[in-house]
Design a binder for this molecule. Structure first.
Ligand code: SF4
Ligand code: SF4
Length: 204
């Protein structure tokens, strides 16, 4: 018949106290569960403690001067922190030398966009050497996940996300749509040469 012999009393990590171990198998043990104290079983002290911390932060926010405190919050969007250099901001459409949109409506960016938030309606153009242009180019900034894949996919530096501007909060869904005109107004002439600089441009 198996018997239990007294074991050295020690605490297990989960608050169990081993009081004896089996002679037949060391894993067969008699344990005593360490019950929490009465005051620890009530949510009330923890709730009061949590409220105290909240009140402390509230008073700190209310009465301390921001420049002398360690408060992390800012009054966004009136205040912003400096964004990192490689921040992906609002989209902009780059311009040709004549101010027209560089985009040739190749559809690479709406194809690669994981959020399916780019709408382009291509049209033919009379501009010499250019086959198509986007008659409509819209981006739904509420659906955009700011991945930057549209910029990576563009073969002619027609779209960038280097504005350093975060999409502004809007009250109506339609106001989050960036139109071609708005994005082109943020654009500048690109230093890239459309179609490259001739057949030997890689050798330079
Ligand atoms: S940043 Fe990403 S999600 Fe946003 S429009 Fe470009 S590809 Fe789509
Ligand atoms: S990938 Fe560039 S050129 Fe092609 S549709 Fe998009 S912005 Fe236009």
């Amino acid at each position: 018949m198996a018997s239990h012999s007294p074991a050295p009393v020690h605490k297990e990590p989960r608050g169990l106290k081993v009081v004896s171990e089996s002679d037949r198998h060391p894993k067969a043990r008699t344990v005593q569960v360490a019950r929490p104290k009465r005051e620890e079983t009530s949510f009330l002290p923890a709730t009061v403690q949590g409220l105290g911390i909240t009140l402390k932060h509230f008073a700190k926010n209310l009465f301390s001067r921001r420049e002398n405190s360690d408060i992390e919050t800012i009054n966004y969007p009136e205040e912003t922190i400096p964004y990192p250099e490689r921040n992906r901001g609002l989209h902009r459409l780059m311009q040709r030398d004549d101010g027209n949109v560089r985009c040739v409506a190749c559809m690479c960016c709406p194809t690669v966009c994981p959020a399916n938030c780019i709408t382009i309606i291509p049209a033919e153009t009379d501009n010499a050497g250019v086959e198509k242009f986007p008659a409509v180019f819209e981006i739904d900034e509420l659906r955009c996940v700011v991945c930057g894949l549209c910029v990576e996919a563009c073969p002619c530096d027609a779209i960038r996300m280097d504005t350093g501007t975060h999409a502004m909060p809007v009250e109506e869904r339609g106001h989050a749509i960036e139109t071609k005109e708005k994005m082109l107004a943020r654009g500048t002439p690109s230093i890239a040469v459309q179609g490259g600089e001739g057949p030997d441009w890689r050798d330079e």
